[in-house]
Design a protein around this ligand. Structure first.
Ligand code: FE2
Ligand code: FE2
Length: 370
């Protein structure tokens, strides 16, 4: 990274406001990523510091850490358009929130495949993991024990921050697809068959919304380059169509597939947490690193609990919910069973209401439907 002296510059109130939203004003090229063979894939954001001009709304000058990255890359990735009447647009689905204990209770887990459909889903996810490892440039020494790929956490060598970002941005761009496809197809089914859906659609759409919030959050930490954008574009084209056909043919196997995919997500974030805790990812272990404002407001992260580690705890808990929801939905009768996660239980049966995040293998039909 090359440090240069920033020229004197006056911040307009609007620029200052944008900066003060806790964005990442100082982006630099991930040099270690270049060394690993990811030259055009991602730029990692430096620790987010509120700039002096943002705090004071006055002319600012001074030393800043810039990279050789073009000035256009220093802009906010999602600049808010000023509108005459609208002040802000809050999220349509409020995050339910978690306690610290709930987030820490999440553990990687694995549901053993039982049926042929389970095996198909499991093997497809193995294939996806292999392709992702290959695309992320994960070396043999960075692999965990592949006999227990969704529960083993220790590898000889950690991933770099750039590798993590490539991985999570790619995965989150994919993870938002199945819920939307499932929700859309169930919505259309309800319309054309003139039947009730019993609460599945909202949960599936909310899941895809939540995944998109994960993606938007990571986009504030590091912005992908043209190569990765192209990969994401191609992957979405293939994955959307595959999910569409798969959900039409067998929603049961598709939910199992998503359940296994979410096992991978919980594993990914648990391993990332370990590496942050061990200090293997120095920028993200830095107490001065502040998570983006979009994350603070979406998860309502309390003051003093806004480090990268806190953020990953929230995201991992979300993934654990998706894992439990999809494994459970796969165990249900797809056309007739109500969604137990949004249902009210009869008096005396309330304890049967499932808590998705707590059950890595999902709930069996007999336990939640009867
Ligand atoms: Fe996610
Ligand atoms: Fe997920």
């Amino acid at each position: 990274m090359i440090t240069i002296e920033a020229s004197k510059k006056v911040c307009s109130p609007r620029q200052a406001a944008q900066l003060s939203r806790g964005l990442t004003p100082f982006l630099y090229q991930a040099h270690h990523a270049v060394g690993l063979g990811y030259p055009a894939t991602i730029r990692v954001a430096a620790a987010v510091h509120q700039s002096q001009c943002a705090q004071s709304l006055t002319p600012c000058s001074g030393k800043r850490s810039f990279s050789t990255t073009g000035s256009n890359q220093l802009r906010d990735v999602f600049p808010i358009k000023d509108t005459p009447y609208i002040r802000q647009t809050p999220p349509a689905w409020e995050h339910p929130g978690y306690t610290e204990e709930e987030m820490r209770a999440v553990v990687p887990g694995h549901r053993k495949p039982e049926t042929v459909g389970d095996w198909v889903a499991w093997k497809l996810v193995r294939l996806a993991r292999w392709a992702t490892d290959l695309a992320t440039g994960i070396g043999r020494d960075q692999q965990v024990d592949m006999k227990n790929p969704t529960t083993a956490l220790v590898a000889e060598k950690p991933l770099t921050e750039a590798q993590w970002l490539v991985r999570v941005i790619f995965l989150e761009s994919i993870a938002g697809v199945p819920g939307m496809v499932g929700g859309m197809l169930r919505h259309l089914h309800s319309l054309r068959r003139m039947k009730r859906d019993n609460g599945w659609i909202e949960t599936l759409l909310e899941e895809s919304y939540n995944e998109r919030m994960h993606l938007l959050t990571f986009m504030k930490v590091g912005a992908p380059g043209w190569f990765m954008k192209t990969m994401i574009l191609g992957a979405q084209g293939v994955f959307f169509n595959a999910m569409f056909l798969s959900y039409l043919v067998s929603p049961k196997i598709t939910h199992r597939f998503v359940g296994y995919l979410e096992e991978e997500a919980v594993h990914t974030y648990t391993r990332m947490l370990h590496e942050i805790e061990r200090g293997d990812l120095p920028k993200w272990s830095d107490p001065k690193f502040e998570v983006p404002e979009i994350a603070v407001s979406y998860w309502r992260m309390p003051e003093g609990k806004r480090t990268m580690k806190d953020l990953i705890l929230y995201i991992r808990a979300d993934e654990a919910v998706h894992r439990g929801v999809n494994h459970t939905l796969s165990n249900l009768k797809q056309k007739e069973d109500p969604n137990p996660f949004v249902s009210e239980y009869r008096v005396g049966e309330e304890k049967r209401k499932p808590q998705a995040g707590l059950k890595p293998t999902g709930y069996e039909r007999n336990d939640v439907i009867g």
